[in-house]
Design a protein. Sequence first.
Length: 224
Amino acid sequence: MGALLVANPLPARASSFVISGIAEPGGNCVPFGCPGLLPGMQYQQVYDAALFSDLMLIDTISFFNTLSLPGDIHVAAYEICLSTTSRGVNELDGRSLSDNIGSDSAVFFSGTLGGPGSMADGVFSIAGSAFEYDPRRGNLLLDVRVLSVVEGIAPTIFLDFDGTSVDSSRVCAGVPCGASSGLVTRFSDHSVPEPSIIFLVATALAVARAGRRRAFHRGSPARY
């Protein structure tokens, strides 16, 4: 049975998860878990393009709570945007966060998040409008803004962070935070079938083509 070849002029798409950071003891409450969060708070984190092997259609962003006391994300209205940026790790402008945002910035999610069950099994995942990220164009920028906060006393929740500042770094406006200690983050692309699925589809097509060829030959008149 011959191999099934498919021409594809576009860059390969990464179907695997990309995780930035190795969790260290402690955690960060910004931007989803500090009791003092106020409307207007803005958080940015840049991720080194070298973390991404291929083009990704990012449709889910996840954060983790594995080393701190369990809890839930604060109920608030957030706007989350993604873009490419020319800023490098530890090079974000903390005085003018708008200058860090790339021209291809797009709203990934806008709405209310948090509440009971928001940290199911220690993972906080946000599904949003897919953002096509090409690491060849620059680093990836995550921009989070708090639009409104539900009244009441909210317990603090700390998310896993990586203080090495090798792969990512952060800046904040409206709440104090250091330039390092970026959140451990997982970006997911669920639009690309797993290799096993691709193999099964290719095999089925090849078998179907072989069956059609055999049927054609059986129905053809004899040649001399």
